[in-house]
Design a protein around this ligand. Structure first.
Ligand code: IMP
Length: 184
């Protein structure tokens, strides 16, 4: 039986063309900043939420970049300590590299704080963060992304990599789910 996932969306917050335009602007800004350093950045996507954003963003880089992916999750029950478990590590070395972490959303900020620490522990020369979305109202950790696509209100959003129960990542926009989807 066919079921179109877009029917579960109550409201589109950011559409595809806005995201594409913002990715062009972000890539230009990031490239300009990295050019000063004269180093090839290692662009690292946090699986899985960063995939559509990263794919769009890297199309607009004109200078050489390396890309890789990492998958992390929080240790259960140690949220306050804030430690991460690596489910899939990088294939490339990040030693002495200028690492640019690509994230879907900065929410509490815990994940990024730990991932940033992880890369410095691995010997990265510099670690910066680009996030498609920022939800500043939910922050509990004092961390800010260096580059942000859009700031969103304190609502649960899906699409463009972001999931609810592993679904909706493939929607080409950022939206809010109908309330009945959570209660079904
Ligand atoms: P943080 O460590 O609390 O900043 O969590 C970041 C992660 O939580 C993101 O990478 C997302 O996977 C997930 N997350 C936070 N807010 C949302 C949301 O509104 N929709 C979907 N996933 C979210």
């Amino acid at each position: 039986m066919s079921k179109e996932i877009s029917r579960d969306i109550e409201k589109i917050l950011i559409d595809e063309s806005e995201i594409e335009q913002r990715c062009k602007e972000l890539a230009a800004q990031i490239e300009k900043d990295y050019e000063k350093e004269g180093k090839t950045p290692l662009v690292v996507g946090l699986l899985k939420g960063s995939v559509p954003f990263m794919a769009e963003l890297i199309k607009y880089f004109k200078q050489p970049i390396e890309i890789d992916f990492i998958s992390v999750s929080s240790y259960e029950g140690t949220e306050s300590i804030g430690d991460v478990k690596i489910n899939k590590d990088l294939d490339l070395s990040s030693k002495n590299k200028n690492v640019l972490i690509v994230e879907d959303i900065v929410d509490t900020g815990r994940t990024l704080r730990e991932v940033k620490k992880l890369f410095y522990n691995k010997g990265a020369a510099d670690v910066k963060i680009v996030s498609l979305l920022d939800k500043p109202d939910r922050r509990v950790v004092d961390i800010a992304a260096d580059y942000i696509g859009f700031t969103v209100p304190n609502e649960f959003v899906v699409g463009y990599g972001l999931d609810y129960n592993q679904l909706y990542r493939n929607l080409p926009f950022i939206g809010i789910l109908r309330p009945e989807v959570y209660t079904d």
